[in-house]
Design a protein around this ligand. Structure first.
Ligand code: C2E
Ligand code: MG
Ligand code: MG
Length: 253
């Protein structure tokens, strides 16, 4: 039974502190240089095979383990920043995904701030991504998001265009960055109509930075930077990879 196997893998990874963090580079569309990365959680089944976050994240959200998981991902990301000269690699910040379920925890902002102190990492080095899908009930998120914002964290709206947002709702959150969902990027790339370019212009006039997700080819990179995306992320540049592989790829020689 797959769900049971996923649950066991998750419990074990949390218990043994073996949740892995993979990094996917985020590239400046003008210079082609590395500017940041997204931290993505990975766990392994008992045969050592990677279990997809698409399987264990929903489960962790359902059974509350997401609080522990999210903290472990933040810790490991901060430790990576502390132990490596990430700014020398060109990294200005690393995006960490934040589930709305984590915001139900009243100590979230305090815990996150303490993790940064533990690893002597500046709050400017971490951006928190919240998916559009999770914005259904703002009142649920509001207190912790306000507290995190007061602590200095910046927020990115993840998977824009896949969920429920309207522009009023987007504005009611303290987002500084918007990530365009992969499906929206594909849709634009195949149709080349004016919808996405126009939306991006509006966002840019409101001073959001725009990242296009799911860039798989050079042509997609050109098309999306051509309509004003500041940053690009996708398999064309790199899949999410373990820390050591990331360092190997981007270390200045
Ligand atoms: P996301 O935050 O939108 O992350 C981007 C996902 O798109 C990643 O999937 C990444 O591997 C995939 N991706 C990136 N570039 C491309 C591309 O060019 N083509 C294609 N086809 N896919 C691409 P991943 O790592 O499987 O993660 C899936 C989702 O799981 C994430 O979507 C995020 O919502 C969630 N997730 C992952 N790690 C965490 C975590 O630590 N905490 C929370 N709350 N959620 C997480
Ligand atoms: Mg994300
Ligand atoms: Mg995304």
């Amino acid at each position: 039974n797959q769900e049971l196997a996923v649950k066991q893998a998750l419990d074990e990874a949390l218990e043994n502190d073996t949740v892995e963090v993979f990094l996917q580079p985020i590239i400046d569309s003008r210079t082609g240089c590395l500017v940041g990365a997204e931290a993505l959680a990975r766990i392994r089944d008992k045969d050592g095979r990677i279990v997809s976050p698409g399987l264990f994240i929903p489960l962790a959200e359902k059974n509350g383990r997401i609080v522990q998981l999210g903290e472990q991902v933040l810790r490991k990301t901060c430790r990576f920043i502390q132990e490596n000269n990430t700014s020398a690699l060109g990294i200005n910040w690393i995006n960490v995904n934040l589930s709305p379920l984590q915001c139900m925890n009243k100590n979230l902002a305090r815990t996150f701030s303490q993790v940064l102190i533990d690893y002597q990492v500046s709050v400017r080095s971490i951006h928190l991504e919240i998916t559009e899908e999770s914005m259904v009930d703002y009142t649920l998120l509001e207190d912790q998001i306000d507290a995190l914002q007061c602590a200095g964290f910046e927020f990115a709206l993840d998977d824009y265009g896949s969920g429920y947002s309207n522009l009023t709702r987007v504005r009611s959150y303290p987002f500084k960055h918007i990530k365009i969902d992969m499906a929206v990027v594909r849709d634009y790339y195949s149709k080349r109509d004016k919808l996405l370019p126009t939306i991006i212009q509006v966002f840019k006039q409101m001073d959001y930075t725009i990242t296009a997700e799911g860039i798989e080819t050079a042509e997609m990179a050109d098309a999306l930077s051509g309509i004003g995306c500041d940053y690009l992320q996708g398999f064309y540049f790199s899949r999410p990879v373990p820390f050591d592989e990331f360092l190997e790829k981007y270390a200045v020689s």
